[in-house]
Design a protein around this ligand. Structure first.
Ligand code: G6P
Length: 368
């Protein structure tokens, strides 16, 4: 059985470590001449791509969190308004769908009932549906107009890891491709992003090297019953995913909060010894994050900071700091999520729970 897990104790750990490979494989064949090329995945003509007026990301769970990153990325690169919805909400809220709406459904399995129902709703309304899925021939892949297959490979652990980072890569490529056709960014700017994208497998590899430190920190986290994740911008989107990972396998209650919103409620829960994981990888928001961390420190929080290599300020403030390699600010989610996955994993092992099969959860939810 251990052989099946590639020598790892659990599928989740194996899958976390497969991320550099999954990222590389998802990029393969989709970059040509230094530019993203999705002409094989997306059959829309340049004319049709220029006519898109809005984009909706619709998904569940971890795939929904990938969609949240998608909003920042696509709006930044392409300047098209993007909405992100949980599939089980989307279908019942009468979304505004037109033939000029591109609906991107994101689903690892391609079989999630709510996501599938949202896809059908969008098609009925005459919108164009692009599926980002990990499974060739899945129902979502068969019913969508266009399909981007992530190359994560089979994901067995219920808690999704490599599927998420592969979905992020798909989203970056989509943003780059749309930006190129709509000419919202120059070829040179886009080539620069592509160059950084291609460095991610190696940077992910380096990020995985902090596992020993994380194991030690996870042993402490494993003793807690409540925890907070804070971040701004893309760091907030990743906080949500980090919090979900922890909840689903360790059963520790955790909440992700936008750091700027703390003062409107959650700050009341911060007292002596409360663990707070603070993400501060977004350069333009760094100073704001530092003040938010000061706010929670002043109330006795035990802060684990997540920053970029070479960080100066956080080390003075936080109790512990983990750093990720530097890349473009909007590519950091691919790296930032890795220590959070490892933290959840090792905390789960420390607590002695079943990593790959958490209670009450299923890998693929094919009922509503
Ligand atoms: C289940 C899994 C999650 C997953 C979600 C969406 O709840 O436990 O890990 O993110 O379904 O799955 P999908 O296959 O549509 O990405």
């Amino acid at each position: 059985v251990k052989a099946e897990k590639g020598g790892y104790d659990h599928f989740m750990l194996k899958e976390i470590h497969e991320q550099p490979r999954a990222i590389r494989d998802t990029l393969t064949g989709r970059v040509k001449g230094g530019q993203a090329d999705l002409s094989r995945e997306i059959a829309l003509s340049p004319e049709e791509i220029r006519e898109i007026e809005r984009i909706h990301f619709v998904a569940c769970g971890t795939a929904y969190h990938a969609g949240l990153v998608g909003k920042y990325v696509i709006e930044e690169l392409v300047r098209i308004p993007v909405e992100v919805d949980v599939a089980s909400e989307y279908r019942y809220r009468n979304p505004i769908l037109t033939p000029r709406t591109l609906v991107v459904v994101v689903s690892q399995s391609g079989e999630t009932a709510d996501t599938l129902a949202a896809l059908r709703e969008a098609k009925k309304a005459g919108s164009r549906v692009l599926a980002i899925t990990n499974v060739v021939g899945s129902t979502v892949a068969r019913e969508a107009d266009d399909v981007f297959i992530t190359q994560a490979g089979p994901e067995i652990a219920v808690a999704s890891t490599k599927a998420y980072t592969s979905q992020l890569i798909a989203i970056y490529l989509l943003g780059l491709y749309l930006a190129r056709i709509r000419r919202t960014r120059s070829e040179a700017e886009l080539a620069e992003v592509v160059k950084h994208l291609e460095e991610l497998p190696e940077l992910a590899e380096r990020t995985l090297e902090m596992e020993d430190t994380i194991r030690r920190l996870a042993a402490e986290i494993a003793k807690k019953e409540d925890l907070f994740y804070i971040g701004r911008g893309l760091d907030y989107a990743v906080s949500l995913e980090g919090s979900l990972k922890l909840k689903e396998i360790t059963y520790i209650h955790s909440e992700a909060y936008t750091a700027g919103e703390l003062k409107h409620g959650t700050l009341a829960l911060i007292e002596e010894g409360v663990p707070v994981i603070a993400l501060a990888t977004q350069t333009s928001l760094y100073d704001k994050m530092v003040s938010n961390i000061e706010e929670v420190k002043a109330r006795g929080a035990q802060v684990l900071g997540l920053a970029l290599e070479g960080d100066a300020e956080l080390h003075k403030l936080a109790d512990e700091v983990l750093t990720i390699p530097r890349t473009l600010s909007f590519l950091t989610p691919v790296l930032t999520v890795i220590p959070l996955q490892l933290l959840a994993y090792h905390a789960c092992v420390a607590r002695g729970y079943d990593v790959d099969k958490p209670r009450n959860l299923a890998k693929s939810v094919t009922v509503e």
